[in-house]
Design a protein around this ligand. Sequence first.
Ligand code: NIG
Ligand code: FE
Length: 414
Amino acid sequence: MNNLIVKNASQVVTCSGFAGKRGKEMSDLQVIENGTVVVTGGVISHVLKEGESIPINPSHYKVISAEGKALLPGFVDPHTHFVFGGYREEEFAWRMRGDSYMDIMNRGGGIVNTTRATRAASEDELFAVGKQRLDAMMQLGITTVEGKSGYGLDKETELKQLRVMRRLNEEHPVDIVSTFMGAHATPAEWKDREDEFIDFNINEVMPVVKQEKLAECADIFCEKNVFTTGQSRRYLTAARKHGFKLKIHADEIVSFGGAELAAELGCLSADHLLQASDEGIRAMAQEGVVATLLPLTAFSLREEFARARTMIQNNCMVALATDFNPGSSFSASVPLLFALACIYMKMSPEEAVTAFTINSAAAVGRADKIGSIDVGKQGDLVLLKFPSYKFLPYHVGMNIVDTVIKNGKEYSEE
Ligand code: NIG
Ligand code: FE
């Protein structure tokens, strides 16, 4: 039935809106004190102020008393690589000893290391680990997650990863937005033939992904010693012709013109951006490209954090994501994400909440359906154990999620 009333929440943090928010707009969460939210048939049907009531028959609804608890939109994680085989704990230890992420990648570790394990894994094995990871994310309040292929780097395995995500989307309550990332790295069999590998992706893999409706977005790792801006332009332009929404891993390790390219192509989002130039930031704001920042990655790689303040001052739409993956950020820790965003990237709690709800919904092209508590949106909600959203960064590293509601159905912490 999926009819539910969340009654008298100390705060209903609506994040109200149907599009991503820019600059100063990110500070306004449109909070209703002591509010009530009604979900009917899985969809938000009423958002009520204190004392407001409506003529519904409560016997048709499950009622949750939310006194002393803040209610938010379900979190949207707009950048992850959560379907993969194997782990890379040795590489983490090497990095702690001083090796860089790129050194390890250039000597045959990194993404291609995970590619070996992902090629070797069966579809059922990937499904099983994917499911466990989604369960963990959901306990942290994530109700929609973007997931990328890119650990196949051959046709068969890229399709396998995407099919696993399709099955997970059908069978798991968390919604999945799938992204084709055939150009994540160049595998050994294409070494020094990057241009041909891009052609292979464009001509052999992309059309099948499109035909089988296996992904909504396409993404590429635009970075020194990975794929050039020229190769990225070619790949993304072809993806656009196929009707994919465009994403790009941009300016992560060096300033490389990725943000500028994202603006030129009108990408939905540009992600990482640790080294994005002033020019690139202005261009993204101008063209409405969502700047998706990944503080858990900067933290795990011991890199400087992205310049969130400069981006917000320049009127960008800033989103946050975990980047959950086996290499640069083996974490989907929402609590740590909020803490790093506020403590190190100097975002306000309000900006961070906007960035992980309505703006992250915009980063996956779904701001009209999720990411806020507005009538007509999916009944995806998170109830906190504390009375204010301000506890999210403040209770550093602690999971303060009390109840997750997905399409009006309640999932309580055991
Ligand atoms: O977003 N930078 C490229 N891709 C991923 C890391 C993937 C990996 O190391 O396995 C990222 O950080
Ligand atoms: Fe990534």
